[in-house]
Design a protein around this ligand. Structure first.
Ligand code: PLP
Length: 407
């Protein structure tokens, strides 16, 4: 009799977006004429930048000729992409990260999910609440948590992001080993200042902890002074791993590409206290379990670092940011307390009540899909997340309908 990994039985049954999809399709079935506008799941709507498309076409042509054909590529990613990343995302901002510390992948979801393999089973883990669910569920699968009770797993340390702390979690009073942070944040849209991130880095260094910093929404930062990378903080290369994604930066949700930075100086420890470098461990993990992101995709990703590419992806992000501003202004004018919506594609609205109830009200009365905050964790109750990823016409129509329902 083969045994199953019983940790999977601990995972809370209904995945947030499956429940939303179920409620939306039930409503649509009962109301076939309703023109539903989806501002729920954070998928992009705008097509790829022309430079990306041209570079991918050229990549296909390379694969079509014997002289330029490429088979298996380096598991860490092609040097042409890793060097462009190091130069543009780091060196241009005064951050000393080299191409050898960058690992290209098929997206930040896999990397944020897989990275925990490098750490022991008995470490303590801190996760923000509300949270991008992947951080939590992957640790449940790996058996690092207890069972869920009242919406929280045993053994995890929850870092509440609330109105009181400006949606940037306070440093815990106890010692934790692994800390997940995400800024600009999904779902709240909040950003952290350099001082706030520096305090986390100082804590991690003092406690020999590691920060897993998810910067998937970095490209939305426009306000000067907000850090784009955890490595802007002193000492972060000794205590942090950073994840980036081309999904929201360049519309790659379907194409699939991202990267992870594991600095050379980053160490974890054996039970006897011996320091072990994590970069070679991650190299070993990737070369064993991952066969690289496709050449064609990496050609497309590298194109966003050309001058033309930078201008084209900026224009698309500016477009989403304008959507976010319209939504934020409308909700603020309706009297709601709102976070995010600038430096982020997400608007986090305090609905002063049950978030699933509010979700249902907007679905049924405005035919607009949002995301109930409670689905991201206990501290998300009382909020909804609205996403700015849609056409201008849909955003304007959604605002009109929401304003009518809530006025
Ligand atoms: N990290 C955060 C915070 C996200 O919101 C998302 C996607 O929604 C991801 C990672 C996943 O990114 P990717 O598409 O690169 O897997």
């Amino acid at each position: 009799m083969i045994k199953v990994n019983e940790n999977y039985m601990k995972i809370q049954a209904s995945y947030l977006f499956a429940e939303i999809a179920h409620r939306v399709s039930a409503y649509q079935e009962a109301n076939p004429d309703a023109k539903i506008i989806r501002l729920g799941i954070g998928d992009v709507t705008e097509p790829l930048a022309p430079v990306v498309v041209a570079a991918m076409h050229k990549g296909v042509d390379d694969e079509a000729a014997r002289e330029s054909f490429r088979g298996y590529g380096p598991e860490q990613g092609y040097a042409f992409l890793r060097e462009a990343i190091a130069e543009n995302d780091f060196k241009a901002r005064g951050i000393d990260i080299s191409a050898s510390e960058i690992f290209v992948s098929d997206g930040a979801k896999c990397d944020t999910a897989n990275i925990q393999e490098l750490f022991g089973d008995d470490i303590t883990i801190a996760v923000p609440d509300p949270v991008y669910p992947v951080y939590v569920d992957t640790n449940v699968m790996a058996g690092r948590t207890g069972v869920a009770e009242n919406g929280r797993y045993g053994k995890l340390v929850y870092l509440d992001s609330t109105k009181e702390n400006g949606f940037v979690p306070n440093i815990p009073s106890e010692k934790v080993d692994l800390i997940y942070l995400c800024f600009p944040n999904n779902p709240t849209g909040a950003t952290a200042t350099k001082e706030q991130l520096q305090a986390w880095v100082d804590y991690a260094k003092a406690n020999k902890s590691i920060i897993l910093f998810d910067a998937a929404y970095e490209a939305f930062i426009r306000t000067p002074g907000i850090p784009h990378s955890i490595y802007e903080c002193d000492g972060a290369k000794e205590c942090a791993i950073e994840f980036r994604s081309f999904s929201k930066t360049a519309g790659f949700t379907g194409v699939r590409c991202g990267y992870t930075v594991v600095p050379e100086a980053l160490m974890a420890y054996t039970k006897d206290g011996e320091a072990v470098a994590l970069r070679p461990m991650w190299t070993r993990r990737q070369t064993t379990k991952f066969n690289g992101c496709s050449y064609i995709t990496q050609c497309g990703a590298a194109a966003i670092y050309t001058e033309e590419g930078k201008a084209q992806i900026k224009a698309t992000i500016d477009f989403y940011l304008e959507n976010a501003k319209l939504i934020k202004t409308a909700l603020t004018d309706l009297g709601f307390d709102v976070v995010g919506g600038s430096d982020s594609p997400y608007i986090w609205v305090n609905v002063k009540g049950d978030s699933w109830g509010f979700f249902d009200k907007l679905l049924k009365e405005a035919n607009v899909v949002t995301t109930p905050g409670a689905g991201f964790g206990k501290a998300g109750e009382g909020y909804i997340r609205i996403s700015a990823f849609n056409s201008r016409a849909n955003v304007e129509e959604a605002i009109k309908r929401i304003s009518k329902v809530l006025a």
